[in-house]
Ligand binder design. Structure first.
Ligand code: PMP
Length: 366
């Protein structure tokens, strides 16, 4: 029999069940094609429709104007760490980075291979907040300013879009893409690896403003070249067709559910329930992030140990959670403890089930 579990994984993460069933239904024979999307030419009319539809859905869901290109690349979020620098660093040879967690730190390190990287604020010891904007120092000649909108490991999300005074802004939205509304016209580039909120691993969505195309560094590999891949409509080489197909189905699901604003209110509701419960536990559970910067998608927390985390208790918590069908709750090895990822596909009921278990565990162990 089917084993029912609740998946709180950080990525690859839960996809909507409706989408999984639809994909299953069309897995072997897609439409009238007689073959699977996995088996069809990326030059076929069927695939061309999938590709165009996926792009159009992003345009519709986020109101992306025509002066932005939408492209699908491979290489994951990590590939984009390099791609951003390879495509944008050329103008001045330097870029500004806001480092607020491990993913933006990795992006800065990768970019430093291709140009000069300035840190907008000094490296912090522990990622628990975002230093106030009044302390930020942008350089005068940055080609772009880079930040990570939602740090998946540390659970830090920007409450507001950074103001760069006109310098092109680049955002990694891998773990909160389509979970809240944003004004794309404030950005030069937004990118997101699909495997959290929008699909399976294998495809990275890139939204890039047209005027930033055309000046990649000469060493930029073709597969990471925004200009060529935009011109060729993400069909320069074989794309991850199946991942893009599944992603296009997730976009339809988001539309059926009421669009990005519906995702946003659900995320606010789920995360508020979770953090409010953590904060009301008299220090048994502790959030590792200052309230204003807490992620609506990834909630890392510790159990016991006066806020530092008692590893024995945390192991018992994970074991009990698994016994109750709740999985992938272990915190990232960099921070330890527990991390509950409550992406778009994780329902309010599932979040409530987790909180109920947390209550019981508290009663039994306080
Ligand atoms: N950026 C963020 C915010 C992430 O959470 C991750 C991890 N999935 C990455 C980048 C790296 O993505 P990938 O594993 O696809 O290279």
């Amino acid at each position: 029999a089917e084993k029912k579990v609740i998946n709180f994984g950080a990525g690859p993460a839960k996809l909507p069940e409706e989408v999984m069933l639809e994909v299953q239904k069309n897995l072997v024979h897609y439409g009238n094609s007689g073959i699977s999307v996995m088996e069809m030419s990326h030059r076929s009319a069927d695939y061309s429709n999938i590709n165009d539809q996926a792009q159009q859905s992003i345009r519709d869901l986020l109101n992306v104007p025509q002066n932005y290109k939408i492209i699908f690349l491979q290489g994951g979020g990590t590939g984009l760490f390099a791609a951003v620098a390879l495509n944008l660093m050329g103008r001045t040879g330097s870029a500004d980075y806001l480092v607020t967690g491990s993913w933006s730190a990795k992006a800065a390190k990768e970019a430093a291979k291709y140009g000069k990287v300035n840190l907008v604020f000094p490296k912090v010891d522990k990622y628990t907040e975002i230093p106030p904007a009044s302390t930020w120092k942008f350089s005068s000649d940055a080609s772009y300013v880079y930040y990570c909108d939602n740090e998946t490991v540390h659970g830090i999300e920007f409450p507001e879009i950074p103001d760069t005074k006109g310098v092109p802004l680049v955002a990694d939205m891998s773990s909160n893409f389509l979970s809240r509304k944003f004004d794309i016209t404030k950005f030069g580039v937004v990118f997101a690896g699909a495997q959290k909120n929008v699909g399976p691993a294998g495809v990275t969505v890139v939204i890039v403003r047209e005027d930033l195309l055309g000046s990649p560094l000469p060493v930029c590999p073709i597969i990471l070249d925004f200009t060529i891949n935009a011109k060729d409509n993400s069909l320069h080489n074989t794309p991850p067709c199946f991942a893009i197909y599944v992603m296009s189905r997730v976009f339809e699901w988001i539309k059926r559910k009421g669009g990005v604003s519906a995702m946003e209110s659900a995320a606010q509701k789920k995360s508020k329930l979770l953090y409010d419960f953590i904060d009301s536990s008299n220090g048994f559970y502790t959030s590792t992030v200052k309230p204003a910067y807490r992620s609506h998608m990834n909630a890392p927390f510790r159990i016991g140990g006066n806020g530092a985390g008692d590893e024995t208790l945390e192991a018992a918590f994970l074991k009990g959670a698994a016994a109750n069908g709740m999985i992938q709750l272990k915190g990232h090895r960099l921070v330890g403890g527990i991390r509950a990822s409550i992406y778009n596909a994780v329902t309010l009921e599932e979040t409530e089930t987790l909180i109920k278990y947390m209550k019981t565990f508290l009663e039994q162990n306080k």
